[in-house]
Design a protein around this ligand. Structure first.
Ligand code: ATR
Length: 287
């Protein structure tokens, strides 16, 4: 554990619940590895306590916070500066204390782009199929549209997919398609698709035998990513690998979101592998 001194800088996560967050172990491992005098703490903050928590961040000169459910939207009006993309997405997961000014970012979205890049996958000009239309889909869809991809959004509830597609079309001036998530539409969407992103919870523990996509539709020319990281290898990723596809797991995205936050708080390049190993160990210890 890092040695706490009079000049230790504090980072942390606010949310409710925060008990199962992997961020404390990831960030503390990273601080220790780089010998930085920082510590990262979990803060359980109820909805009613959010305003006071942000005032506290100012008063205590906390260097950075991650923000999780249920505060990602509600925190925005309490900040001094907002990154353009975080504003469009309407959600902040990272606050950096920049000389007393609190700046909001969305590294969930930029972390996803970084996870693709780390695999040598660029999004510009690519055709990307997104499964789901919730909060996670929104961030990922906005950043991919910004990066110049064209998107097809498939969701169980069609109107949510349509709503997200039209919002992106309006803000990013790009044409987006929306369809109901079913086998026939998956087949159609996969025609000419380069990348598949699952943002639904299908396949997550305890639902490990389910996949949002029938395995026979997966082929080797797709890059397949899944935001689910519990289990680390979902049925979708297992079947994608078996079909010869390249895969990106949910932990890569989680660690990249942390790595980008770390860089904002410390100004140093994050030790990605150390953070990932710490997260894997924490996942194993939870079992
Ligand atoms: P998050 O913020 O993590 O994206 P969310 O906003 O609750 O969470 O969104 C969950 C997504 O998973 C939604 O797209 C949801 O589909 P609906 O909009 O139809 O609810 C999708 N989802 C959850 N369970 C599903 C299931 N069993 N089959 C298909 N889609 C599912």
């Amino acid at each position: 554990m890092n040695r706490i001194t009079g000049s230790t800088r504090i980072c942390g996560i606010i949310g409710d619940p925060v008990e199962h967050s992997m961020s404390p172990v990831m960030h503390n491992a990273a601080f220790e590895a780089l010998g930085l005098n920082y510590v990262y703490l979990p803060f359980r903050v109820h909805r009613e306590g959010l305003k006071a928590a942000i005032s506290g961040m100012r008063a205590l000169n906390i260097a950075g916070l991650n923000v999780t459910i249920p505060h990602k939207m509600a925190v925005i009006p309490l900040l001094d500066k907002l990154d353009l993309l975080a504003g469009r997405i309407g959600a902040v997961n990272t606050i950096a204390n920049e000389n007393g000014e609190l700046a909001g970012y969305n590294t969930d979205a930029s972390g996803f782009l970084q996870a693709l890049r780390a695999q040598g996958v660029e999004s510009e000009g690519k055709r990307i199929v997104i499964l789901g239309a919730g909060g996670a889909a929104k961030g990922i869809s906005f950043i991919l549209a910004e990066a110049g991809a064209s998107l097809v959004i498939l969701n169980r509830t069609l109107y949510r997919a349509k709503e997200l597609a039209s919002q992106i079309a309006q803000d990013c001036q790009r044409k987006m398609e929306a369809m109901t998530l079913n086998e026939a539409n998956l087949k159609r969407a996969f025609d000419r698709a380069d990348i598949l992103v699952n943002t639904t919870s299908v396949g997550m523990t305890p639902d490990v035998d389910r996949s949002p996509v029938p395995g026979n539709l997966l082929g080797s020319r797709l890059v397949v990513s899944d935001i689910v990281y519990n289990p680390l290898e979902t049925r979708l990723l297992r079947e994608a690998k078996a079909a010869g596809a390249r895969t990106i797991d949910g932990l890569d995205m989680l660690v990249w979101q942390g790595a980008l936050a770390f860089e904002k708080w410390t100004g140093q390049k994050a030790p990605f592998e150390i953070m990932k190993q710490a997260a894997i160990k924490a996942l194993q210890d939870e079992k």
